[in-house]
Write a protein that binds this ligand. Structure first.
Ligand SMILES: *Cc1c(COP(=O)(O)O)cnc(C)c1O
Length: 221
């Protein structure tokens, strides 16, 4: 199957309400352009430097989503190029985004990343940490930040019921935050979950944004 055929077949499996992020990390510009020529405008990268390098040379109507961990010292470089940051996992990071965004007068779309998998990971908030962030005076005073929803990664597992339960946990977190902090805010609407191996389960569990790499581009080196 060609890249085009893989893209078409994945798109045909997505309901209208689900948007596709083509995860292009480690892929060369030629592969990204091939997907772009098939009408794919939203791409995901996990490293700020790689996102900036690609965004600088590829068509300007591409929307770049940062899906990987963001260190505070990389915020400034990536901010001009990014249309959504999926990996906000601390108040400290959000404060830095607010500060740098104010300098370039940009509103920044962010998702709160949650740790839902059984695997150990340094990244991702718990529900109580997220609530602490959302109640903080620092967050409440921010003008540049738009929190658009939540993001999470399920366990890397063959156990579909485990994966499903983790996605449903993220969906519960989304609804809890919506009810308690964003009830009148229509921007808070995104549930970013689902990758090549588990996107069908993610869609059944309420995903609105799937992040798919290898199923489009083939295996990464
Ligand atoms: C790499 C990556 C993906 C895509 O993974 P595939 O299995 O290639 O679809 C999705 N989300 C994040 C955060 C990633 O780092």
């Amino acid at each position: 199957m060609s890249l085009k055929d893989r893209l078409i077949s994945i798109r045909s499996a997505l309901p209208q309400s689900v948007n596709l992020i083509a995860v292009s990390k480690t892929q060369p510009s030629e592969a990204i352009l091939e997907a772009y020529q098939c009408g794919q405008l939203v791409f995901g990268e996990n490293k700020p430097q790689e996102l900036v390098a690609k965004a600088s040379v590829l068509p300007s109507d591409i929307q770049w989503h940062l899906i990987g961990h963001l260190q505070t010292n990389k915020v400034k470089m990536v901010l001009p190029y990014v249309s959504m940051i999926h990996s906000v996992d601390s108040l400290k990071l959000l404060i830095q985004i607010e500060k740098e965004a104010a300098k370039i007068d940009k509103k920044v779309n962010c998702l709160l990343q949650f740790h839902i998998a059984t695997e150990e990971s340094k990244f991702g908030l718990s529900l109580s940490e997220a609530e602490e962030l959302l109640k903080s005076a620092d967050y409440l005073a921010m003008n540049q930040i738009c929190i658009c929803g939540v993001m999470g990664m399920a366990s890397f597992s063959e156990d579909e019921e485990l994966v499903r339960s983790e996605f449903l946990e993220l969906k519960d977190i989304f609804h809890h935050l919506k009810q308690n902090y964003f009830i009148k805010d229509e921007h808070f609407s995104e549930l970013s979950m689902g990758m090549s191996g588990d996107y069908l389960i993610a869609i059944e569990s309420g995903s609105t944004l799937v992040r798919i790499g290898s199923a489009i581009f083939g295996y990464r080196s």
